[in-house]
Design a protein around this ligand. Structure first.
Ligand code: NAP
Length: 324
């Protein structure tokens, strides 16, 4: 099969399109003819060996796919011919065939295309975990999301209202990204420069209930300052590169929380959680209460460029690589 593979840890440009044998089915594994694979920031980090998961070289890039089941175990909840989305967590996605554990494979609603489907699981279930579980989002609360035109950002914009948020404020670095944020459902959009003052003004000085932060870096302390009393700052990632530190007196003085939100760790340590999440998110997708992502598509031959677009900050929305 054709696949996007990394054989040296030199960043996205080291991704090569190669012909390799199809992966073998394993007990409990579902074999999928892959139509599309999602790209996420951990893929960038993995091409440099900088992510917490470090697969042996060479490895196939990507952690999530959408496609058609070719073969499934007799007792699985999916069967040959089903349209599915699946997690390969992580690596082993951007090939024409992938194998995923049955508990990480889900039927895709008919109203969602395979290309859009490839952009759902990784980000939407992270955001669902962040807002529901770690952030305890209550009806009518205000959510602010950094990097709002990115993968996690646009997921937050698409999902927050359906999960109960009353208002979703997007923080983005450029006017072009502001357009993307609006198109994905932001109630308000502010630019990174001067974002704290703008948010204070928008909220009449009150601040926001939840900050979902996939960016980190030097805006972190201002994120704490942007919280309303009893607000929660969710630590999701560090695309800015720098890992911030917290002066805990700020938490005490304002009655606010800084909370880690590592979805992959939770999934691995809480069997059955993924299925619970899908049982809630799937009907919202199927009924259109959560709009499907509108991914930017790259053919497999341009997989390196697709991953590089997240590295060089030019990506907007979810990026997906198509294989069929
Ligand atoms: N905790 C979890 O369970 C979990 C799950 C999935 C992903 N993540 C993490 O979430 C983060 C976002 O992932 P993603 O797939 O949404 O990434 P993405 O699509 O590339 O979006 C990231 C956003 O970060 C902002 N950014 C600020 N400084 C940047 C820089 N120096 N380089 C690149 N982007 C920069 C950009 O927005 P502006 O240009 O508008 O600032 C960009 O749109 C990553 O750190 C990833 O590892 C965590």
């Amino acid at each position: 099969m054709r696949a996007a593979q990394v054989s040296k840890l030199e960043g996205p440009e080291s991704i090569e399109i190669v012909d390799i044998p199809e992966p073998a089915a394993y007990p409990g594994g579902v074999v999928i003819d892959v139509h599309a694979a999602g790209v996420a920031f951990p893929d960038v980090l993995m091409t440099r060996g900088l992510y917490q998961m470090k697969p042996e070289l060479p490895f196939v890039v990507g952690g999530e796919v959408a496609g058609i089941v070719r073969e499934a175990p007799a007792d699985a909840h999916v069967r040959a011919g089903d349209r599915v989305v699946a997690l390969t967590l992580l690596g082993n996605a951007m090939g024409e065939v992938a194998v995923a554990p049955a508990q990480m494979v889900f039927r895709l609603p008919d109203n969602v295309s395979l290309e859009a489907g490839a952009g759902i699981l990784f980000n939407d279930l992270t955001v669902h975990f962040c807002l529901r579980n770690r952030g305890r989002l209550a009806a009518g609360e205000t959510v602010l999301v950094h990097g709002a035109a990115g993968g996690i950002g646009t997921s937050t914009l698409r999902m927050a209202a359906a999960l109960g948020a009353g208002r979703v404020i997007a923080v983005v670095s450029t006017e072009a990204k502001a357009e993307v944020a609006r198109a994905n459902g932001a109630t308000d959009v502010v630019l990174t420069d001067g974002w704290l003052a703008a948010v204070k003004e928008l909220t009449g000085g009150r601040g926001v209930d939840i900050v979902l932060d996939p960016v980190g870096g030097d805006r972190f302390t201002d994120s704490i300052r942007s919280l309303a009393s009893a607000g929660r700052l969710l630590v999701v990632g560090f695309t800015a590169g720098e890992i911030p530190t917290v002066k805990v007196n700020r938490l005490l003085l304002k009655n606010v929380e800084v909370t880690g939100a590592a979805w992959g760790e939770w999934v691995m340590t809480h069997p059955g959680y993924l299925a619970e999440q899908w049982a809630e998110v799937e009907p919202l997708l199927a009924t259109g209460k959560i709009a499907p992502p509108q991914p930017v598509l790259y053919p497999l031959a341009r997989a390196a460029e697709a991953v590089a677009s997240l590295d060089n900050r030019t990506a907007t929305g979810k990026v997906v690589v198509t294989l069929r």
